[in-house]
Design a protein around this ligand. Structure first.
Ligand code: ZN
Ligand code: ZN
Ligand code: ZN
Length: 68
């Protein structure tokens, strides 16, 4: 068989293992795919592996304000 263009025509594209967003990068630690939102630009680790001081927080939508 001659190598032809694939039907999808897209470059090899990964999907973030955390949120499923299209990703082109992988975690340098666990090598899982991670999108820009879940890959630390400092250490190139996904948010599961990143141990930087500023963790990529995932909003759980339940942010409660303490009543004053
Ligand atoms: Zn993601
Ligand atoms: Zn990782
Ligand atoms: Zn990091």
């Amino acid at each position: 068989m001659t190598p032809t263009a694939t039907n999808n025509g897209a470059e090899r594209q990964y999907a973030c293992s955390i949120c499923g967003e299209p990703s082109t990068r992988i975690c340098h630690h666990c090598t899982k795919d991670a999108c820009g939102n879940h890959l630390c630009e400092k250490c190139n680790f996904c948010s599961d592996c990143c141990r930087c001081e500023v963790p990529l927080v995932e909003s759980n939508g339940a942010e409660m304000d303490l009543p004053s």
